[in-house]
Design a protein around this ligand. Sequence first.
Ligand code: ATP
Length: 528
Amino acid sequence: MPEAAQQSPQQQPNVMESIVSLCKRRGFVYPASEIYGGLNGFWDYGPLGVLLKNNIRDHWWRNMVETPPLGPDGKVIDMVGIDTAIIQNPKTWIASGHVGGFSDPMVDDRETRARYRADQLAVYALEVVAADGSVRVDNEVLFAAPGEVGKTDNVELFEPHRKRVASIQKNNAGKEVRPVAVPNALQDEALRAKVIAPGASAPGTLTAPRAFNLMFKTHVGALEDNQSVTYLRPETAQGIFVNFKNVTDTARVRVPFGIGQIGKAFRNEINPRNFTFRSREFEQMEIEFFCRASESAQWYQYWRERRYRWYLDLGMKQANLHLREHEASELAHYAAGCADVEYDFPFGRSELEGIANRTDFDLRQHSQMSGKDLRYFDDQEPNEEARRFLPHVIEPSAGADRGTLAFLCDAFSEDEVGGEPRTVLKLHPRLAPIKAAVFPLVKKDGMPEKALEIYRSLKQRFNVYYDEKAAIGRRYRRQDEAGTPFCITVDGETLSAGSVTVRERDSCQQARIGVGELASYLGERLGA
Ligand code: ATP
């Protein structure tokens, strides 16, 4: 669904800038191949970022595949994992519909050379409202601005738009001038000719919308001809479907059961933006849950709730998290239901994860394309007619990068400690890249030696960090910015009485703990 469709009241573009800058400064995320000028839509995760993203991914894998939640009947649900190739036989993508249909309509601006998704470019006219309520639409010139088609909330006024508003206002003193949406203007040649694109100086510079396939093409083998064309997978899901029979033949799973996969996906997005939110290379965490058609509605409800709760359990603020059921008009032709988990990013409310009831569409398509019978055989079903069937599928599909970005945004906070401003990432301890930092209070009196000893021993079990540089307050603040939940300081009392101070990141409260109890103290609080 279009980004920033709904602008949340707490929309704060400056916050996004601060988060991007923190990510760069502290080694969470860098532009990919930055020394060569970067590459639009590609990102590299630095030392802190890779830890954070791995923690999210590992938690998903453990929580969904290895120790899955109990089913609606209180029984353990069957889940297995898989790791399939990024490049599959191209027939996979014909069967799935990606070769024929995985495209977004795009328009190019011939003047600014910018490219837009047609469904993310709102076109509007200006209307003049008189005191008696009568309305006159001024549609000699139309304006385009990034936003949801058909809506005019928060449209951005570019220079020519502002000039036009000012001139109409001048000629209509006392009347209100406001934008009014012109749906489908980009599809209509005559209307399109009147549209001034964002940043353009004159109307008529936008091309007609053209379908643009989002799959990255490549060639397998030495010959670069039509026979050798393959694609980088645009989603991990199809690798699961094409292995459905392998898994049921080799793993002792019975419907209902799920297959989970985490892996890279690639989409040649027309307009990568909002930092890592819309990238061209990203990672997905997907489950295909196979069940009988008669139980699919119940499993759909189950996974919607379960996946929404997963984010809350990791500390995401409920006020920022929404579960939105799609309208029937938004559903793919084969889908029986779809809901998005949405997050209020600083740039607007946008999709974090989709949960779809895909019916038996994918298995049916792959059966037909491959000629293989992919029906499931239930040998315990007494009714012979019901023994062989194509299971229906519930698909919770999450993005690891979008998840990482949402957790970063949710954790980002600026407050004051002791009259000084601080930036702190209030990440759930499970997700925090560094679990604790160990400091000697000063660099003398045997404190560094003692602190290093504690660091060495804790490092066997937790990802801890040692730092003896700069004043203690400065060291605390560096760890706050990295999201480290605990700071352990070795001081005079450590040497005389064997205890350290442990400072908790969010409250800044300190407790004295015996050195011997540190590991269990941290273990309890980190859930490790
Ligand atoms: P959108 O409408 O934002 O393009 P989508 O509905 O096409 O997303 P799906 O195909 O349902 O997305 O993919 C499942 C998940 O994969 C998304 O919820 C998102 O978390 C992630 N994802 C999809 N496209 C991207 C992308 N370009 N960059 C980062 N993550 C993505």
